[in-house]
Design a protein around this ligand. Structure first.
Ligand SMILES: Cc1cc2nc3c(=O)[nH]c(=O)nc-3n(C[C@H](O)[C@H](O)[C@H](O)COP(=O)(O)OP(=O)(O)OC[C@H]3O[C@@H](n4cnc5c(N)ncnc54)[C@H](O)[C@@H]3O)c2cc1C
Length: 463
């Protein structure tokens, strides 16, 4: 196993965000047999937004949320907290895949972020929401060309951005690695664990039951209802929502639609104003570089820097194990790129390091649909950009369960399915091959024949 440097001597190998939330007793697991109108499997962003929005629509309904773990233990509590004004994994992805409805997807993404901010305020959730913008930075000639193409693509949809070079760029981020940047004003950030707990508190205040450590092992027909089977009991529900993200989907038909991809972050100790001034990072915006293997970076409320991404690890057979949530090799690589980007911080220690699992779909956006004759709705496949899209997905699932036609349910993005991943061993070979080609493109600027073929077939791979 890779040995980590002295900068990890006091690191906690656990996500930082849950430490910013007041400890509270466990919500008791479900036991015995219960009945409800709406059962929600999964208490991450998708499940909790579904519960809260269902309550707004159906004030008298009995709503029960079940989670296999504790709140914020899965992707939602481990994320970077970048809150994109997008439901389609960005403007370029929307324009490439659904050119006819891209304008609507871009508008709906922006509306969703505005409405999410309004909801957070209306429910009094202290999620440290701040709309401080995102700086995309480029390192190589082809990445700089990519930034200009990105700006042109954004402009087609009325999204204002600014290309920054020195000295303007150095006023936002001063790193010799990045000569050019593109600044997006309309981009927000949240403390993701505070958002999970805030949503859960809002749900509980609205009379919604939440049970932690309550793993659903199967879903069965039960006359006109559904029966959710648990080790210690059962939940009978008129309707159900499946919001289980990167875990093994309970519906067999969804198993090849996503693959679990492991993504990792390291975080510095709180930095002083002088240390931040030395790297020119004056505002509270986030930063992302624009390779295929990209880093994302942001500040916490107490001025730590989160540095995440780059590696996107798939394990043969879609392994999902707690031990895979740490990877020294990736932490060491992240330390190396962090130091190359910010040499003046080469002695700063890392307070936290952790990993999480991303539900990658081959089109990089979530998809939604129904099963059990329209009594169960699901939404999966957020692919590393679910902090905001999960709210939109929740509304889409409720539309589907209510049987109402809305702009959301009419979208091709919602109605179509991603290309399934092939079975093993072909899957590992294909992912390994695509990743090697993506890394080569980062080094040389050359997009391989296979990647171009995948583009034409609408197949993407990312995190
Ligand atoms: C390291 C990392 C960084 C990320 N950074 C960002 C970012 O900066 N911006 C962004 O937009 N997105 C980011 N994402 C993606 C984003 O976090 C997810 O898309 C989003 O949190 C998904 O929410 P969710 O509720 O669907 O999933 P989760 O939060 O994973 O919740 C699913 C829940 O379902 C429960 N569950 C699963 N199976 C069962 C079962 N059988 N019975 C009961 N419960 C079950 C799980 O325990 C889990 O709590 C990141 C993801 C990771 C892993």
């Amino acid at each position: 196993m890779t040995r980590l440097s002295h900068r990890f001597a006091t690191t906690r190998f656990a996500p930082f965000w849950p430490e910013t939330v007041a400890r509270r007793p466990e919500l008791p697991p479900l036991s015995g047999s219960l009945r409800c109108d709406l059962a929600i499997i999964g208490a991450g962003f998708t499940g909790l937004w579904s519960a809260l929005k269902a309550r707004e629509r159906h004030p008298g309904a009995r709503i029960v949320v079940l989670d296999a773990r504790r709140l914020a233990d899965a992707a939602s509590g481990r994320s970077g907290g970048f809150a994109a004004p997008s439901i389609s994994h960005g403007v370029t992805n929307a324009a490439g895949r659904w050119p006819d409805e891209a304008q609507d997807l871009v508008r709906l993404g922006r509306e969703n972020l505005d409405e999410m901010e309004a909801d957070i305020r209306a429910y009094g959730i202290d999620a440290e929401f701040e709309r401080t913008g995102k700086l995309n930075v480029a390192q190589t000639r082809w990445q700089i060309e990519g930034l200009h193409a990105m700006q042109a693509s954004y402009a087609r949809f009325g999204v204002e951005t600014a290309i920054l070079k020195r000295p303007e760029l150095a006023a936002r981020l001063d790193s010799a690695r990045y000569p050019v940047g593109l600044f997006e004003e309309n981009y927000a950030f949240v403390n993701p664990a505070r958002l999970v707990h805030g949503l859960a508190r809002a749900c509980l205040a609205q009379g919604i039951a939440i049970h932690e450590n309550s793993k659903v092992t199967a879903i069965r027909n039960d006359g006109p209802d559904l029966r959710l089977v648990l080790n210690e009991g059962a939940l009978h529900a008129r309707r159900a929502i499946l919001a289980t993200n990167a875990d093994l989907p309970l519906l067999a038909r969804l198993r090849r639609a996503i693959v679990p991809i492991y993504d990792y972050s390291i975080m510095t100790e709180p930095l002083s104003e002088a240390q931040l001034a030395a790297i020119g990072w004056r505002g509270r915006h986030g930063v992302a570089d624009c390779g295929n293997q990209f880093h994302y970076s942001r500040k916490t409320a107490d001025n730590r820097i989160l540095w995440g991404g780059y590696d996107a690890i798939y394990h043969f057979g879609a392994r999902r194990d707690a031990e895979l949530l740490h990877r020294n090799e990736t932490y060491a690589k992240l330390e190396e790129t962090f130091t190359a980007t910010f040499p003046s911080l080469s002695e700063v220690r890392f307070s936290h390091a952790w990993g999480g699992v991303i539900d990658t779909s081959a089109r990089l956006t979530f998809f939604s649909g129904t099963a059990f004759g329209g009594r169960l709705a699901y939404a999966l496949g957020f692919t590393g950009q679910g902090v905001t899209a999960t709210r939109f997905a929740a509304l889409s699932m409720l539309d589907l369960l209510d049987g109402v036609q809305t702009e959301r349910t009419g979208l091709r993005m919602i109605r179509s399915r991603p290309v399934p991943f092939p079975p093993e061993p072909l899957r590992s070979l294909a992912i390994g091959w695509a990743q090697a080609d993506l890394a080569r493109e980062d080094r040389t600027g050359h997009r391989s024949l296979m990647l171009r073929l995948m583009d034409r077939l609408g197949i993407g791979f990312g995190s």
